[in-house]
Ligand binder design. Structure first.
Ligand SMILES: CC(C)(COP(=O)(O)OP(=O)(O)OC[C@H]1O[C@@H](n2cnc3c(N)ncnc32)[C@H](O)[C@@H]1OP(=O)(O)O)[C@@H](O)C(=O)NCCC(=O)NCCS
Length: 326
């Protein structure tokens, strides 16, 4: 049987930051932000680390599954904003939850992180190396945003989505994936300092190297092509028409990228999950937060064929075909 998502939940910090927050001190405005990105507001955590976003979502996901947390035997966190360079945020989550017997690790693939981590978790379950994975896609982007850089400060937000991955009871679950990485895009979207390339120092802290560095246009162009192409590719590979797809679950980076992907797949707007207006880009969080919201309010139904699609720093991009199991 394929592996699948058997329960999920999400958490967004309560502090809502509308576009007007930025127009108070930056040369930007609500009209520009909404028309160029689709974002109206985002959530920004006022305290705590990334793991503090994950824990409430993880507890709820475990409760929704109706299992004891001790039945989790692997914890995977996908993030570019770990609590620390090391130990892994997975270890912190395992410890905070009080899970006694598990293994785990972090995955870093930026905005494609959830897709890469979901594939990894499913292969571990299908191969028998894990029985029940707690899969967390979460980022506290406010910890690396330069709030004085209008080019990216308006784009990002904080949030977490957590899924439980197990073997499916039937044929539903993960059906196919196409995943890509190409370091040619590295320089366009990068956090330069703080790693072994340029360790933290007085000079790096006084500069901007610990913040996101993003060149919007090259990332935008590559994202439109990458996400649209790979989403169409997975449809063609599996002989699916737009009528066969119940939902596109796109990474929420920019409404224009999402629209281009849906259009390329031949999907009407009512088949495309969009919540970028409320949360901005929460990096590894966007796709599991969408899945959780649409599942919890009943719009995502058992048996729905869905395509998850993403593009992010690296560059990394990909698509996953799933049949929804719950
Ligand atoms: C960042 C992004 C919204 C900018 O939109 P854009 O249409 O590409 O805009 P450009 O970068 O070409 O800039 C156009 C103008 O708007 C200005 N601008 C940039 N940010 C602005 C803001 N927040 N408010 C007002 N003006 C802004 C630019 O300075 C530029 O001005 P100029 O023409 O005087 O030089 C867009 O490039 C984007 O979404 N990129 C991808 C980001 C992404 O997905 N990142 C995550 C990884 S997937």
């Amino acid at each position: 049987m394929p592996a699948t998502i058997t329960a999920l939940s999400h958490y967004l910090p309560p502090n809502v930051v509308p576009n007007s927050y930025f127009s108070r001190y930056l040369d930007t405005n609500d009209e520009w932000i909404q028309s160029r990105t689709g974002i109206k507001e985002r959530r920004i955590a006022q305290s705590g680390a990334n793991s503090d976003l994950i824990i409430p979502a993880a507890l709820k996901a475990i409760e929704n599954r109706g299992i004891d947390k001790q039945e989790i035997d692997c914890v995977i966190v996908s993030t570019v904003t770990p609590d620390h360079m090391f130990p892994s945020t997975a270890a912190i989550v395992q410890h905070k939850l009080g899970i006694k017997k598990a293994w785990g690790f972090d995955i870093s693939a930026a905005c494609s992180g959830f897709l890469f981590a979901l594939t990894t978790a499913c292969k571990l379950v299908e191969g028998g190396a894990a029985k029940r994975v707690l899969l967390c896609g979460s980022d506290k982007m406010s910890s690396i945003m330069n709030f004085n850089d209008r080019g990216h400060a308006i784009l990002f937000g904080d949030g977490a989505g957590v899924c439980i991955i197990e073997k499916s009871d039937d044929d539903s679950g993960i059906q196919d994936q196409i995943l890509n990485i190409d370091g040619v895009g590295g320089k366009h979207l990068i956090q330069v300092s703080g790693g072994s390339f340029q360790p933290s120092s007085k000079e790096t802290v006084e500069g901007v190297g610990h913040y996101i560095h993003q060149e919007g246009q090259p990332v935008f162009k590559a994202a439109v092509k990458g996400m649209a192409d790979v989403s169409k590719e997975i449809m063609d590979k599996n002989n699916l028409s737009s009528d066969d797809i119940a939902w596109l679950v796109p990474h929420q980076a920019n409404k224009r990228i999402i629209d281009a992907t849906g259009k390329r797949m031949g999907l009407s707007e009512d088949k495309v999950m969009v919540n970028i207006d409320k949360y901005g880009n929460t990096t590894a969080g966007t796709i599991p937060i969408c899945l959780s919201e649409w599942h919890l309010d009943g719009r995502l139904k058992k048996g729905d064929k869905i395509v998850l699609s993403s593009f992010g720093a690296g560059f990394t991009w990909g698509a996953i075909l799933m049949e929804w199991s719950i």
